[in-house]
Design a protein around this ligand. Sequence first.
Ligand code: GLU
Length: 285
Amino acid sequence: MKRTFSRPIKRVVVKLGSSQIADGKMQPRTTHLYSLAKQIKELRKRNVDVVLVSSGAIVLGMGVLKESKRPSDLAELQARAAIGQAALMKLWAEVLKKVGLQCAQVLLTWDDFNNSVRCQNAKHTLNAILKQGVVPIINENDTISTEEIKFGDNDKLSALVSQLIHSDLLVILSDVDAIWDQNKKMLVGEFKEVTPLIKTVSTGTANTQVARGGMKTKIEAVEIATVKIATHAGTPCVITNGSIANVLVKLVDGERIGTCFTEKENKTLNVDSEHEFIRSHFKNS
Ligand code: GLU
């Protein structure tokens, strides 16, 4: 039986962590990204908007500098991010061009989410990019903002973006097929909320030279994205393996892949706008 969503999927935010972008040698996973580009093209043909939240700037920056060890100094990491961001966009531009698509770079900081004017600007710009049929590629602006460097590879950023642009689905691509329970059994299926068990088993963070964040920050992202705000229903989230063949198309088609968290219809937030919610979350974090 197919997975059913409460509304048609017309807009998808796809979050790709650093391990989706580069291999253990800090080199681009071009074949993998080309396969995702083909899936994005297929979704665009069906008039589904796709927004990418892509990490990978730091690892690619390390690759450019031929480094294998991640620096510990923050400014050094920020320098790798600045160097690698150019490589990251070149990579996305190349693979998307092969399928006839174009991309746009959008760099955001936490302060942008804390300011209603900047928040609205970001939202309108993203909508205008999508209207042109271009794929927005969002990353944190690591040169001036360090939240994601310290805490988890854009998971939370992808959830805030999902809320901001009223996405119908957030897909968090990982290198495992689904969340594991304490017995290492995959929790493939639908969950109405993040249970205490899921929270307990999702604390591990890989934090290798390439992967950052682990499941903990992904679960935090789920908790942000699924909340219903005023009249805008929350966004269902799926955590699954980016290497599953045609994963994005299958998910939009309702194939039961990964761990799916449905939107929290029963937890409406008493705020008037997505910005108010984002701002309240910003303050609490
Ligand atoms: N925004 C960062 C990037 O694009 C975060 C990931 C990290 O800490 O390595 O690389």
